[in-house]
Design a protein. Structure first.
Length: 179
């Protein structure tokens, strides 16, 4: 099968046979993965890491969303911001808490924001910050935090490179209920 020449989200009709089994799951659900489907081997390799970073992270769902939202802000990805505002709301996070990620929130969220900024700005966590994160969340959570930032930096780069549109349902949700 030859993939379409354009680089946007791939339709069901043009979906690569190599990853047919992933179309009904995560890969077919969002424009970002429909765009990544131009490289079926990458989508297949991406699946287990996505499962860990998105679903099985030691950070837990709310801390993970803070990390993802801040990474989306820092990379300038309106797609990630929109999708993760929706996901954060679905978790019961308030709009005020979500919006605070645009700045420097206090408390635990602030510590996570500092970590994201350090990773993006310096490609490392300074020793004192790493120790504070370990004390607050545990060593495995710090590894998951670093992996989450890296994962979403890659996604944000793909999203921006290929100008991937926000999925219609998310766009409609945020239009009806802006942050």
């Amino acid at each position: 099968m030859t993939l379409p020449d354009e680089t946007g989200p791939i339709s069901d009709a043009d979906w690569p046979v190599d990853i047919a089994d992933l179309r009904e799951g995560f890969a077919g659900a969002l424009n970002v993965y429909r765009t990544m489907a131009h490289h079926p081997a990458l989508v297949r390799a991406w699946a287990p890491l996505r499962q860990h970073v998105v679903k099985d992270t030691v950070l837990g769902p709310e801390r993970s969303e803070i990390v993802i939202l801040r990474t989306g802000v820092r990379v300038g990805s309106s797609y990630e911001w929109a999708h993760h505002v929706s996901r954060a709301r679905a978790l019961g996070m308030s709009d005020e808490r979500i919006a605070a990620v645009l700045g420097q929130p206090a408390g635990e969220d602030g510590l996570l924001v500092q970590a994201v900024d350090a990773i993006i700005d310096n490609q490392r966590l300074p020793g004192a910050l790493e120790r504070e994160l370990v004390a607050a969340f545990g060593k495995e959570a710090v590894f998951d935090l670093i992996a989450t930032v890296g994962f979403y930096l890659v996604l944000g780069t793909i999203l921006k490179t290929y100008d991937v549109p926000v999925d219609d349902d998310i766009a409609a949700e945020l239009e009806a209920r802006p942050l």
